[in-house]
Design a protein around this ligand. Structure first.
Ligand code: MG
Length: 174
């Protein structure tokens, strides 16, 4: 049985993950328009990963006999000053998501929901990777500034990223 407070917090996080997916899809569109197809690919992969995150939470609510309540997804930004600004926004956003996951874990702790705590541990580890990965890209972008060849190389590197299904989904019967 899912405590109503945990259920509400999980539903809010499903919405936050869907908003993240939407944000990254918008960033992919911006990168495409600016001619950075590799970066666009990187954001397309992010888009799929965020949908996975929402799906993991969705599956958990269902498995626990809870109700999934899908709320409207707020509008996202569509314009940035540069691709550097896009990645700065990404890091800032992932830091915010880390705080949301931490708050969600706190709710699960307070309500003594051990199953939710166990499921959320994957998200806690995932956020460390998310922040580290974006920080690396940002460091490289700041290093090369407006160097065309450098930007070309980063774009090529990010174009090689491929999507892998999140492990909690790959091991479940979904
Ligand atoms: Mg996420």
């Amino acid at each position: 049985m899912l405590h109503p407070r945990v259920e509400a917090a999980l539903n809010a996080q499903i919405n936050a993950e869907m908003w993240s997916a939407y944000l990254y899809l918008s960033m992919a569109a911006y990168c495409h328009n600016e001619g950075f197809t590799g970066m666009a690919n990187w954001f397309q992969v992010q888009f799929k990963e965020e949908q996975d995150h929402a799906q993991i939470l969705f599956n958990h609510v269902i498995s626990r006999g809870g109700r999934v309540k899908l709320e409207p997804i707020d509008a996202v930004e569509t314009e940035w000053a540069s691709v550097l600004a896009v990645f700065e926004n990404t890091l800032q956003h992932e830091k915010k998501v880390t705080m949301l996951i931490n708050d969600l874990y706190t709710v699960a702790l307070e309500e003594k929901d051990y199953a939710a705590q166990s499921m959320l541990k994957w998200f806690i580890d995932e956020q460390v990777e998310e922040e580290e990965g974006v920080q690396d890209i940002l460091n490289h972008l700041r290093m090369i500034k407006d160097n065309g060849y450098g930007l070309y190389m980063i774009d090529k590197e990010l174009g090689a990223r491929t999507y892998t299904q999140a492990s909690p989904l790959a091991t479940s019967a979904e």
